[in-house]
Design a protein around this ligand. Sequence first.
Ligand SMILES: *[C@@H]1O[C@H](CO)[C@@H](O)[C@H](O)[C@H]1NC(C)=O
Length: 391
Amino acid sequence: MTPVGVLGILVLLLAVYCATDPFKHSGIYEFTDFVAYKVDMPPWGLVPTLRDDENLLEKSEIKFMNEVQGPESIAFDPLGSGPYTGVADGRIVFWDGQRWNDFAHTSSNRSELCDPKPSPLSYLPNEHICGRPLGLRFHKKTGDLYIADAYFGLMKVGPEGGLATSLVTEADGVPLRFTNDLDIDDEGDIYFTDSSTKYQRRNFMLLIFSCENSGRLMKHNPHTKETTVLMKNLQFPNGVSLSKDGSFLVVCEACSGRLLKYWLKGEKSGTSEVFAILPGFPDNVRSNKNGEFWVAIHSRRSMYSHILGLHPKLRTFILKLPIPADVQRLLHMRGKPLGQAVKYGPDGKLLLVLEDSQGKVVRAVSEVDERDGKLWLGSVLMPFIAVYDLD
Ligand SMILES: *[C@@H]1O[C@H](CO)[C@@H](O)[C@H](O)[C@H]1NC(C)=O
């Protein structure tokens, strides 16, 4: 029996004795309005079984150790300089070939609260003050950097950097609460996701546990300044990427572990469908020059997460046990780290799985950027960027 299996049995034994939470230890104790939603999990038999038995991601080079904390998204400017990345203290930093420099920030109210801390997670309590830039993309023509900041919404900063300006903080009268990722089309329209209108990023575990369905995909037209909701009722939408021909968007839905396709052109325009069922739960998606999609997987599926996804009452019951949220999270993640990058064709076909199945070198991946035969791997949880050579 695996350690996770043993833990599972311990959990059930505890359940017999602890129907309540006398010591207020449960992961959701403070959140009295917590509601678990049923997740539209794909049939277990349709989950891809392709694996990377060689654990190729273990061959990655770890760069910038302890120089960047929690670099979720990675971008290069239109001249090819960089990378630029958003870090846990709310800054966007830029590698000039020699060292990291401050480039931009999203909060106008930075203070000593945003000073260096030991780990990416130790910034969580002050993220709403310091800002947390997640998705980053450069506009190829103007050189402006567009930013999805988890707390301040959709923002933009010029090629000189500095304090970013706010573009969108609400849509259809509902404030953005956990803006996550974006992409920009040739006309300059911006497509972006807001993961939840209920939970902020500093409570992301609550969103993972609840899988409430207030997540949205939106479009912002910078000329008319109009923001349109394209998809709603999503369960933790995360990364978003345009197809190479601009005819559709691919959106990562983290709770269900799938890619959704939203048609922008053609007779299906304005409709959506499932693009692919992922081997695990995704973070960001980025396309390469062939129009293929790299998806960062932050945790593998397990029968445990599958059953709990389908049965919200059981999930609530387990969450109400006197077990700290961190342990609940480990159960959800099968008790061990995972580095995984999966590649899909423009038709939604799974092409390649690269992994570090024990998280020995690449302990977690948030984004996969292919550039000149290399994969740049960002991670919201790690103090480094990993680079994997595809050749
Ligand atoms: C600015 O930051 C301080 C803490 O440094 C915080 O108490 C205050 O609420 C913040 N103000 C705004 C407008 O966010």
